[in-house]
Design a protein around this ligand. Structure first.
Ligand SMILES: [Mg+2]
Length: 356
């Protein structure tokens, strides 16, 4: 249904000599060595106004507007502070390991027209983001591209694309703009994860949904020593852990520019043990584990001030966003069936085509 708007354009490292940067930029790492974060243009930048024009006036007016405003950078979008923090981590990694390619690499994924591509490049240069790789899918399915780039994480504003990625086993989340702006750290990347159906599978969540809280506690106690299966974001936590180890190896554990948080509705005494033992069985460390025992997550996240928080349940995502946290929805597991808005409902409400 979505015909390609233009031929695909991939910018790999080899084409770097076309860059006209005054200072010498470092070479981007090879995709197989890097922790690759694929981000859609509408997640990275605020394109609400443009999206409105597209929906109300159509494609031609939309393109005309984009061209007229080509030299005007887009305002930052919900994933912007996260990408900035990722780049700050890279700066530290390059100082410690000048020859290593174990770095973050950011790929901009967009289904937009090439005319909009120019405005995106201008915006990237304006904010001095180090994004060398562009993937203009022209409306084609992006799964193949995400796999080719070995994407460790895909962030998008389009829930259908995110769902498609999750179904293909790619760590992915839909990002939402917070209700208010909270200042976040610029020198330490903070990532907060929910446990069940995000880092872990939804096996315990299923018990809870089917049999209630008492049975869930009983089940978790009985299976305390049996690690939970992995969830969609486990691989990303693992990737963050790999980079953290590089700082620890240089004696920078206390000054590590990456910090991870588990923010779960589980309670410590009754069901927290299994979560912690699971992480340990995977050989993964989490810097802080917060067991909220059903208390709302928003106020805790407001204190932590992560650059991004991942949860599989929309009410936690909404609760976090209301209090100023950039929250991302991971459409995975049993909870999706219980959500007030399923992807199918969302699809009905959405315009025929989302420009990403
Ligand atoms: Mg959950």
């Amino acid at each position: 249904m979505n015909k390609p708007l233009m031929k695909e354009m991939h910018t790999f490292g080899e084409q770097k000599e076309n860059q006209s940067s005054p200072s010498k930029k470092p070479t981007p790492p090879k995709p197989q060595n890097a922790i690759t974060i694929a981000v859609s243009s509408r997640a990275l930048f605020n394109m609400d106004r443009e999206q409105d024009i597209y929906e109300q006036q159509g494609m031609e007016d939309y393109l005309k507007y984009q061209i007229q405003h080509e030299i005007e950078p887009f305002a930052p979008g919900p994933a912007f502070p996260f990408i900035k923090a990722v780049e700050a981590v890279n700066t530290r990694l390059r100082e410690l390991y000048p020859d290593s390619e174990e770095l973050f690499d950011v790929v901009l994924m967009t289904s937009n027209h090439a005319h909009v591509g120019l405005r995106l490049i201008n915006s990237i240069n304006h904010y001095q983001l180090f994004i060398e790789r562009f993937c203009m899918t022209g409306g084609n399915s992006l799964i193949g591209y995400l796999k080719a780039y070995h994407a460790n994480l895909y962030l998008s504003a389009d829930s259908l694309k995110v769902r498609e990625a999750i179904e293909e086993g790619i760590a992915a989340a839909t990002v939402f703009s917070p209700g208010k702006i909270t200042e976040v750290q610029e020198t330490q990347l903070r990532v907060a994860f929910d446990g069940d159906a995000v880092l872990f599978s939804d096996e315990s969540e299923r018990i809870y949904k089917a049999h209630g809280l008492a049975k869930f506690f009983e089940h978790e106690k009985a299976h305390e020593n049996k690690p939970l299966d992995h969830g969609p974001l486990k691989g990303f936590l693992e990737a963050l852990g790999k980079l953290q180890q590089k700082f620890y190896a240089k004696g920078q554990r206390l000054d590590c520019p990456i910090r991870t948080y588990l923010v779960t509705a589980r309670s410590a005494a009754s069901s927290g043990t299994r979560a912690l033992k699971t992480l340990r069985s995977w050989g993964l460390e989490i810097d802080e584990a917060l067991f909220l025992a059903g208390a709302p997550k928003g106020p805790m996240l407001e204190k932590i001030r992560p650059h991004i928080f991942f949860d599989d349940q929309m009410f936690h995502v909404e609760g976090a966003a209301e209090l100023g946290t950039v929250a991302a929805h991971v459409p995975y597991g049993i909870a999706q069936k219980f959500q007030s808005k399923t992807a199918r409902d969302v699809k009905k409400e959405m315009p025929a085509k989302q420009l990403e």
